[in-house]
Design a protein around this ligand. Structure first.
Ligand code: UD2
Length: 316
């Protein structure tokens, strides 16, 4: 049994990782400051995890949290492009300074490996598709810059201190427990819940933008593989975590009409500042280096997600 520290454990991805690790019989410790995470995401597992309410900006708390840990899964972040455009300093603090704290604490505690939640936003709006890891990054939003800076810190800590680090560039992860209620929530959480309530979702832009939407179980599997992959293949490396297929918002809206039964039309609003037009991953590096293979395709993931929200529509 290994001990895992999950930063951002009360978030959508952090709490999903915790559940998966518990079901494998692993020991789970977690930190969260509830800035975007929610207590309800971990309430059912609180008696089985070592939870500490703490901010990753608190270096002492990070040192305490890393003591005796084998693997750190660093998910804590302020994950939003538009929020970072409004508050670049706040984004930088959480997404860069916070990461450096986690790395320092992990280095000092001699953890075996740190796996980091990087972002596909690092690629920016370069026209080449699919995006592969050897391409030059070209971030647009402050969020994308911060996520890329933290990736560089991951590599730096491997080179300077031999702390094994792996960055996973998540491509629009979605699924149960993703918060639909904030103005900065992911589009699938917002669309699914709006359409279940019979409300019009808002498409920002022309609806022809596309994403490699990736169901949560695939991201969870990638993290577990990234902990165990041989260092020669994984340490100091960056990997795309995606499905290798993209869908437009219009296509997504149509799929959701079928699943939710919503028969109305969408509204349209202005394109967001810092938005990316098309995003699609080449996942061959993760396949070769980590043994990663997506197991849940987009439509199936969408069905599972809507089912989960449907059971909770009364609370939405
Ligand atoms: C970026 C990253 C993603 C992750 C995420 C964290 C890219 C390609 N992806 O996601 O990997 O790091 O940031 O937040 O950079 N939209 C609407 N209506 C809405 C909400 C959104 O039309 O109500 C549009 C939005 O303008 C965008 C698309 O939906 O074109 C996806 O938006 P999102 O906020 O779900 O995710 P995105 O792509 O900014």
């Amino acid at each position: 049994m290994a001990c895992y520290l999950i930063t951002g454990i009360a978030g959508f991805i952090g709490s999903s990782l915790a559940r998966a690790l518990l079901s494998c019989g692993e020991q789970v410790r977690g930190v969260d400051n509830f800035s975007t995470g929610k207590r309800e995401n971990i309430v059912e597992i609180l008696d089985r995890i070592d939870f500490r309410e703490a901010d990753i900006l608190d270096l002492d708390a990070m040192h305490n949290s890393c003591a005796g840990v084998d693997y750190v899964l660093h998910q804590a972040a302020i994950p939003s492009v538009p929020k970072s455009v409004l508050d670049p300093l706040g984004s930088n603090r959480a997404n860069v300074d916070g990461t450096v704290n986690v790395l320092l604490a992990a280095r000092d505690a001699k953890v075996k490996r740190v796996v980091y939640a990087a972002s596909s936003s690092a690629y920016g709006d370069t026209p080449t598709l699919p995006k592969h890891e050897a391409m030059n990054p070209d971030p647009i939003s402050p969020y994308a810059v911060a996520k890329l800076a933290s990736e560089h810190y991951m590599v730096s800590f491997y080179r300077c201190y031999q702390l094994e680090t792996v960055s996973l560039r998540y491509f629009n992860i979605f699924g149960p427990r993703q918060d639909p209620s904030s103005p900065y929530s992911g589009v699938l959480a917002k669309f699914s819940t709006a359409m279940l309530r019979g409300e019009q979702p808002t498409i920002l832009g022309d609806g022809e933008q596309s994403r490699d939407f990736t169901f949560i179980d695939n991201a969870v599997a990638a993290n577990l593989l990234a902990c165990k992959a041989p260092a020669a293949q994984a340490a100091g490396q960056v990997f795309n975590v995606a499905t290798g297929r993209r869908v437009t918002l219009h296509e997504t809206f149509k799929s959701l009409q079928g699943i939710t039964g919503y028969s109305g039309t969408p509204k349209y609003g202005p394109e967001r500042d810092g938005d990316i037009k098309h995003s699609l991953a080449d996942i061959s590096k993760a396949a070769a280096g980590l043994g990663y293979k997506p197991t849940v395709e987009f439509e199936e993931g969408l069905r599972l997600t809507v089912e989960w929200y449907r059971k909770r529509t009364s609370d939405l």
